[in-house]
Design a binder for this molecule. Sequence first.
Ligand code: ATP
Ligand code: MG
Length: 414
Amino acid sequence: MQELQSVKQRFGIIGNNEGLNRALDIAVQVAPTDLSVLITGESGTGKEIFPQVIHSFSLRKHGSYIAVNCGAIPEGTIDSELFGHEKGSFTGATDSRKGYFEVANGGTIFLDEVAELPLSTQVRLLRVLEAGEFMKVGSSKSQKTDVRVIAATNVDIVQAVAEGRFREDLFYRLNTVPIRIPALRERGDDIILLFRKFAVDFAERYRMPAIRPDAQARDMLLNYFWPGNVRQLKNIAEQISVIEQAREITSGILANYLPDYNNPRLPVPVKGRSDEKSFSSEREILYKILFDMKSDMNDLKNLVYEMMGTSGDISNLTESGNRAARNLFSDVKMHHDHFQNDRKPTVSIRETKDNNLIQDTEEVVEESLSLSEREKELILKALEKNGGKRKLAASELGISERTLYRKIKEYGLE
Ligand SMILES: Nc1ncnc2c1ncn2[C@@H]1O[C@H](COP(=O)(O)OP(=O)(O)OP(=O)(O)O)[C@@H](O)[C@H]1O
Ligand SMILES: [Mg+2]
């Protein structure tokens, strides 16, 4: 018990919840072994500190510790990042490169978001775990490495196994020691402790008195569903600290910061929300659809334009095709004669294109700029709305989690 308190202090872990203590205790106990550990828990529960605890209590503590976010690495390069590659093994592989499993020899690798690993990479990973052996991409020579693997995921990995997205043998191998981090809503008074801690931290940072929830607000904190767990609590404490003038936080103030307080399990506000809000989210969805359609449209236009350009021939367009083409390209200001259905069918589209080249390009650039701004905004909104949960945000946006990761990186939204 004494030991746990000092671990918490050393790693800045707040809380006394039984589930949390248990998780921490297992981490400390298992640390000196070389067993694989799988850390599970919802998004934002605080999984990332656990592998560090395990590493620093292990006999490998002087070896290297490498944390890899499997979800953030593009599928095409993940094998090479993890296991390295030989020179010339793929286009662009101008040098051979060591992978993390080679670099971390004698140390620990933390595979975060492990469920995102492609199946082919899972095979390689299983081999390292079972035989301590791996092959660089493009090599046929096995290499030895001595690495302790700790993995984490916020997805239901048993379900991923059932759906064939995660190898069962790998799951059992990783899950030698399971550690489950409880959701924030299960932690009772820890919620208040955490809120207080974050409030004090931010107060120090911004040099102002710390916010304090009143009795009703505390009840509200205790009863909220916390879909984004500790991460969400931290964000909210920061927002309130910065935005609100008052330092005593009432339930009225707090309610503004807890999305769907009365209906926490529903992803879309149904009742008790102001019309304005639901209207604006509907409008957002409409915007998204419109922008998507607009960009599809542009792609189509370009495609057709190119196709016509290569053959330079529209003689085989039907009457209606001809009309459609004229409408479609009216903004490109093509010479109308080109679309007259007369007996002089061969058209030099390229000539026309050249005439309009600059104007055309500008339009596209501008459009894609505003589109990406819009996309950025939508991503931020979706993340905010889902308490930072990428999985939920991705499914709301209708894109894969991997794409969302890429976009977050691309737009620097971390
Ligand atoms: N018990 C705790 N005490 C103090 N801070 C905590 C605690 N648990 C989590 N945090 C903080 O909450 C934030 C989210 O934690 P973390 O990044 O580890 O979440 P996660 O479980 O990895 O989530 P995801 O699955 O989305 O990656 C971090 O800023 C972390 O420092
Ligand atoms: Mg994480």
